[in-house]
Design a binder for this molecule. Sequence first.
Ligand code: UDP
Length: 240
Amino acid sequence: MSKKVDVLGIKFDHTTKTETVNTLKSLIKENKKTFIVTANPEIVMHAQRDPQYKKILQSADYIMPDGIGIVMGAKLLKNPLPERIPGFDLMKDLLNIANKEHYRVFFLGAREDVLNKAIANVNHEYPGIQIAGCHHGFFNENDPEIVDMVKGSNPDMVFVALGFPRQERWISQNSHLFEKGIFMGVGGSFDVLSGTVKRAPELWRKLNIEWLYRFIKQPQRWKRMAFLPLFILKVLRSRR
Ligand code: UDP
């Protein structure tokens, strides 16, 4: 277990992506069920308003800082985190492991056309992966048929791309029905896997301005970015 860094009540793991991937590798081998959250400032802010969601996040085995905002927040709290760990990168690393080990992976979420394109790309890029199954993300959260389908596919990894808070809620409501598996909410990652949404070029990512690229490409998301200054303000207030 790594040291935890508390940012507004959410306890992030003080770890690097490489360390995390190595830990997860062993956990899958041992058939240990694991719930991973990659949280950005928007998620942390949502948890402030929704205590039930906060509890769900607190029940996760690992919470990773997805986004430079969280890393900045931790630094302001004089309890720095080693690096940001984008959910998409962590998912890609897990797909690489699944490819090598021929693991069974379930893809749950996104629009049906997007999901189908994402699956086709996964089949092409990671031929060693066994696609345990897939289902689009527009279903009733309490639909038992979906859980039965995922469970029946005996997955080693389940990526849930329903956007927050639905994805974490779905995992927390259902993971007790599974004996093993890595469960991770991946937001809009299938849109990127499918090629529908482009990720920022590497230089932008290295400079930690992936958010700026997203803003330029999808300015309609400005409301979601407006969370960052509010988040930083709240972190500053929490220092007192
Ligand atoms: N989505 C879904 N079901 C829903 C709502 C959203 O499957 O009821 C999908 C949506 O198509 C997208 C993903 O969830 O693929 C979330 O995307 P968003 O950009 O909102 O997520 P973020 O990465 O910003 O959390």
